[in-house]
Design a protein around this ligand. Sequence first.
Ligand code: HEM
Length: 542
Amino acid sequence: MEMGKILLAMEEYTFTFLAMAVGFLVVAYLYEPYWKVRHIPGPVPLPLIGHLHLLAKHGPDVFPVLAKKHGPVFRFHVGRQPLIIVADAELCKEVGIKKFKSMPNRSLPSPIANSPIHLKGLFATRDSRWSAMRNIIVSVYQPSHLAGLIPAMESCIRRAAAASLGDGGVEVVFSDLALSLATDVIGQAAFGADFGLSGKPAPPSVDGVAAAAEKAAASEFINMHIYSTTSLKMDLSGSLSTIAGTFLPFLQKPLRQALLRIPGSADREITRVNGELRRMMDAIVAARAAEASPAPALAPRVPHKSKDFLSVVLAARESDASTRELLSPDYLSALTYEHLLAGSATTAFTLSSLVYLVANHPEVEEKLLKEIDAFGPRDDDRVPTAEDLQTKFPYLDQVVKESMRFFMVSPLVARETSEKVTIGGYALPKGTWVWMAPGVLAKDPVNFPEPEVFRPERFDPAGDEQRRRHPYAFIPFGIGPRVCIGQKFALQEIKLAVIHLYQRYVFRHSPRMESPLEFQFGIVLNFKHGVKLQVIKRRKDC
Ligand code: HEM
């Protein structure tokens, strides 16, 4: 009888012990990453969500506030995962350049970790694979080669402006136009393919039905592209498995597999769209690899004399067996898609920001128009050369920089420690997620007095403000060996577009434009409701 009681009690306790052990393991799992960096200052995280509620409420504006309160190195928890945010120019130099060897890779937040198409590009690959791939690609972005891309860029810009802006007097969602334009430019310059998204006139031989089909295919492509880009969300509005991955990373994969079977789930839709885009990319790559004719319907081949991104990587593949192994079909199509993604959303956002900001700063517009008009008569078809862009448009250069500072497209730049390292006096163990905060630097009054004022002159190289500023206080393209590979490509395209547009038009905010602006915080920043503008054709005398 006694024995029976003891066994019963043990049974009861066993259950309690088991429940406690499981509870302990769950708590240990949730707190393990925090424990290792608990010595770094930061706000108190909420259980499970960490500080995501702050991000959902304030967007990236939360980081300057936290930096002010906690100092230039602080903790920010994305669900279970602590990020160590570095918000000081000198410390960013330490992370990105001086101690690069200890932090050569990017940590991958759940939206990317969840997205197979993004995992094999340059952005996500690591260590020697990354450096081998980057060394192959980097030659495409050398200045001498970029100069040869000017005619292709200019023809896309000309076509987009003619098709969407015409004689003015219209209202446009400029951010959509900019995305179509930037995607077309990447298509031509990187793949030698004409997507025709920003207003390709139908060739005379094409009948009405075929032209309509081509237009529908182009519009579906851009919709899928927008969907894929904006589905990479950093807050709590992503797919269910992405959200789960933020809290409990081990759940992400199995949950995703389960959700893929449920019709209508966001996971299934994202996977379908990414699969579709990848098939399109694969078709372009296969056509180019075989130099087959005809090319896929969506992307007729453009005769190109200069080497483009695809020809360089395809040629490299043929050079030796190890490169062929490195650039296997999976990596090749991921790199191709990455170029489309990285090269279009960012550039489009920057161009849209610039036009939006200039539209309500008449003094900036006047100076910009003066500089552009001084280049030559408006009706003249003279296109700036690479040298013209460098020497004849100093004010445009300042306007581009100030627009990028004002609305920073990548307010955070990720790294992960691959060994123990000290930053700003704090020891960080291997595996720590260290994220630099160019967005905080850009709004720091120490580097940019009156940071909420749009004033391009602050980037005047002869000005005091520019001379006093820390050389790494303005890093919209990142920093160090992993700096944006397409930086010069993007700046060339943006400058050509601004010159072409302002030679012919000026812009005003549409009454439908919301105020204040709302942003979507995805893997890059985006305008939530687009940039809606009225287009005014410039008269010859003004
Ligand atoms: C205004 C336009 C752009 C902005 C603001 C921008 C910004 C950035 C930033 C902040 C990074 C991270 C750098 C770092 O970690 O230090 C990056 C990386 C990258 N960008 Fe851009 N980017 C732009 C345009 C482009 C274009 C046009 C391309 C390609 C044609 C491109 C391709 C890439 C790639 C492949 C990486 C990863 C580089 C690596 O890990 O080696 N970007 N970009």
